[in-house]
Design a protein around this ligand. Structure first.
Ligand SMILES: Nc1ncnc2c1ncn2[C@@H]1O[C@H](COP(=O)(O)OP(=O)(O)O)[C@@H](O)[C@H]1O
Ligand SMILES: [Mg+2]
Length: 317
């Protein structure tokens, strides 16, 4: 097990108000597994990704029953142990590769700060992420590279120290549609080679479906459903997942169905004692605004809903 998280909550305190960005999130990632996180903007995906490496501002208060990455209790690590965790166990790839690279340094020099290697080895690494003119790229500054090229470089750098967990937060957001698949193919292939698990955050549901074994659907700081990929697509249990996936099982029109859900997600100022989706849910009952749904077991995972639509779930509820 590379990640084990139980009842993880994160609150941002700003002045007099506090915002509950994560509300009792629980999940695990096995060695080498590929897990996807999907959900509307503001649902807490980036907060979760950043919490794993404790990359949060000081205004964040983290609470958890279990918070383990690479066998270490992340919430109790000294700053030195935390640096080791970020250097050796976890690697990140973010949305904007230009922001991840240092604009004042040539690529070769930046790569050597990660791992001191000769030019031939660095070239090999760049070839490994599909760069055909590695010598030119090594001597380039970030502004001289295209977005796709820069993201390939950040992938190569992220994998240099053979992390056990790669966290990729919307890594394709800055790439042309034609490049997305190519860059993601490389990312997942390289991770498979070194046995790294991947936590993939994306708005692009078909992409998550293609690459991930398991998917967590987030809503208002909670994981409302987590399922094996095929199970989620064939029989989404939570009404929010169904709305995301579209009415037809297997429909891949992610964004289109999403805008058809009336209302907006709540800003959570405190943990609520109701289902956070209840105000927007087409199937909501009175109990949904009186009780907090716990996880119910479903085929290939679990869902947090008092009245899910599948027969199997209704029996347990
Ligand atoms: N540094 C921060 N300070 C205060 N609130 C934050 C901070 N970062 C994120 N939030 C809030 O936490 C919630 C979740 O945000 P985020 O994790 O970025 O969602 P997502 O990545 O799913 O779009 C949002 O309401 C956002 O405004
Ligand atoms: Mg985000």
């Amino acid at each position: 097990m590379i990640v084990e998280i139980k009842d993880l909550s994160v609150r941002f305190s700003t002045g007099r108000t506090a915002l509950q960005a994560l509300d009792e999130v629980s999940f695990r990632i096995e060695q080498g597994a590929r897990i996807g996180f999907v959900g509307e903007s503001g649902s807490g995906k980036s907060t979760l990704a950043n919490t794993l490496g404790r990359l949060l501002p000081t205004s964040a208060v983290i609470e958890a029953t279990t918070f383990s990455v690479g066998g270490q209790a992340v919430n109790q690590l000294s700053s030195k142990a935390l640096r080791h965790l970020r250097r050796d166990t976890i690697a990140y790839i973010f949305q904007d590769p230009m922001a991840a690279l240092d604009p004042t340094m040539a690529i070769a020099r930046q790569m050597r700060l990660v791992l001191s290697e000769d030019d031939a080895s660095l070239s090999d690494r760049l070839v490994g992420v599909g760069i055909r003119d590695p010598q030119r790229v090594l001597s380039s500054y970030p502004h001289q590279l295209s977005g796709g090229m820069a993201q390939r470089v950040t992938i190569a750098m992220a994998l240099m120290r053979r992390p056990r967990l790669l966290i990729a937060d919307e890594p394709t957001a800055a790439l042309d549609a034609s490049l997305k698949r190519e860059v993601m193919d490389l990312l997942f292939a390289r991770c498979a080679e070194i046995g790294a698990a991947v936590l993939f955050v994306s708005h692009d549901l078909p992409l998550v479906r293609h690459y991930c074994d398991k998917i967590c659907v987030m809503y208002a700081g909670r994981i409302v459903e987590q399922r094996k990929t095929a199970a989620l697509f064939s029989s989404p249990a939570h009404p929010y997942s169904r709305a995301l996936l579209g009415a037809e099982p297997g429909a891949a029109k992610f964004g289109e169905r999403l805008v058809a859900i009336p209302g907006v997600p709540p800003a959570l100022y405190e943990p609520t004692n109701q289902c956070a989706f209840a105000p927007r849910c087409p199937d909501a009952q009175i109990a949904c605004s009186q009780r907090r749904p716990e996880d119910l077991t479903v085929d290939g995972g679990c869902a947090k809903c008092l009245f899910p639509n599948t027969a199997e779930l209704r029996e347990q509820a």
